[in-house]
Design a protein around this ligand. Structure first.
Ligand code: MN
Length: 128
């Protein structure tokens, strides 16, 4: 069975790009906002989440906070996706509790895939 990856991203172009890059490798589920994503993930927890920082309504850090309060989602690794790459961002997002960080625009397909694969390996070794 292919690993399940959930993508939470409000920008349709970015969503489409991630879909094209990942759909052949993973079982993908895409959401446009945090509320829909939390409801969907509560029913079927993914193995890894790609979470846009800047979302309408509930932003990425808020979605992460809520996930960590839900027993079924508390341990799911979450990758921060941000368009506003600045010095110190990586450290800031890791401090917030994100497990990894990828800046947009996503131009390096291999880096995105290796980030996801690292987190999947970490997850499976934790339960082994
Ligand atoms: Mn956004």
């Amino acid at each position: 069975m292919r690993p399940r990856v959930t993508v939470i991203e409000d920008n349709p172009d970015n969503r489409l790009l991630v879909e094209v890059l990942l759909e052949n490798t993973y079982e993908l589920t895409l959401f446009e906002n945090g509320k829909a994503a939390l409801e969907g993930m509560a029913e079927a927890a993914p193995d890894v989440v790609l979470l846009d920082i800047s979302l309408p309504g509930m932003d990425g850090p808020e979605v992460l906070t809520r996930m960590r309060q839900m027993p079924e989602l508390a341990a799911v690794p979450v990758v921060a996706l941000t368009a506003h790459a600045m010095a110190g961002d990586r450290e800031r997002y890791l401090e917030m509790g994100f497990d990894a960080y990828v800046s947009k625009p996503i131009t390096d397909e291999k880096r995105l895939l290796s980030t996801i694969e690292d987190l999947l390996r970490r997850g499976s070794s934790a339960t082994a």
